[in-house]
Design a protein around this ligand. Structure first.
Ligand SMILES: [Cu+2]
Length: 283
């Protein structure tokens, strides 16, 4: 009895640790060790994606349990021993209609929210900030077309990581955007197909040379959010991360001021930049 009581207490303690650790382990903006499920959401579209994921999980769990129950029923009720003389029934109109109509209804119930989320992802609300991301072998170039500046963003090598910077995700120049503002993201590529993906914002869109794709996000929490190129694009595909720093509007204005000075596009600068980036690409 004593042993059982003690075991019970240990189990309760473990469950509590599990719950609190589970919170901590669901990463916001980056994956975490032993993570279960998706990264935490920091944008309305991702809230919907997580909701849809859980909704589908309920449906497939119910279908799987239903099919399992049918199988078990058939195995017990209709095996050769308990049902030695099989029936000759080959048609049952009611059941045939039911097993056609019910799956159709289930698919419609799935399709409606699925299309709603797709439209939400690809219908861009009036944007406060536009960022154009160009995938290159193997880094990203970000332009703020309304502000006339652009810069390259390269992964920080493992030996150069500063404390707090995640391995394979930190970059030298982060994209900076204001919190709670609509950011339009235009995605293209300069050489081969790349993809701009950032889990906490629910973003994933391909970038192709000669084509401009568009998506958007509205970050609801300040912080740094990481993503990765998600289209196999060559040997350093795994080493061209995406980092977006979401800051207050005041900090954004301050960053914008110095970014405009540092990375302004002018005729000479542009030529130098193109030379520098193609040099890097051939390295
Ligand atoms: Cu890529």
């Amino acid at each position: 009895m004593q042993v059982l009581l003690r075991l019970n207490r240990v189990l309760i303690a473990l469950a509590l640790i599990g719950v609190t650790a589970g919170e901590a382990l669901a990463g916001l903006g980056q994956p975490s060790p032993w993570q279960l499920g998706m990264q935490q959401s920091a944008a309305p579209v991702m809230d919907e994606i997580i909701w849809f994921h859980n909704f589908l999980l309920w449906i497939i769990t119910a279908i799987t349990l239903f099919v399992l129950a049918l199988l078990v029923y058939v195995m017990i009720r209709f095996n050769a021993r308990s049902n030695p003389v099989p029936t000759r029934t080959s048609h049952n109109a009611a059941i045939e209609v039911a097993w056609t109509v019910l799956p159709v209804l289930i698919l419609v119930a799935i399709a409606v929210p699925s299309f709603r989320i797709l439209f939400h992802q690809l219908t861009i609300p009036p944007a406060d900030v536009t960022v154009k991301a160009t995938g290159k072998q193997w880094f990203w170039t970000y332009a703020y077309p309304d502000q006339k500046f652009e810069f390259d963003s390269l992964m920080v090598a493992e030996k150069d990581l500063k404390p707090g910077q995640p391995r394979l995700l930190a970059v030298d120049n982060e994209v900076v955007v204001p919190v709670n503002k609509v950011v339009r993201v235009q995605v293209t590529a300069a050489d081969v197909a790349h993809a701009f993906a950032l889990p906490s914002f629910g973003l994933k869109i391909d970038g192709y040379p000669g084509r401009l794709n568009e998506t958007w996000f509205r970050a609801t929490k300040e912080g740094v959010y990481y993503g990765q190129c998600s289209e196999l694009c060559g040997k350093d595909h795994a080493f061209m991360p995406i980092a977006v720093r979401v800051v207050s509007e005041r900090d954004y204005a301050a960053w914008l001021e110095q970014a405009k000075k540092r990375w302004a596009i002018n005729d000479d600068g542009d030529a130098a930049k193109i030379a520098a980036s193609s040099e890097r690409a051939t390295q």
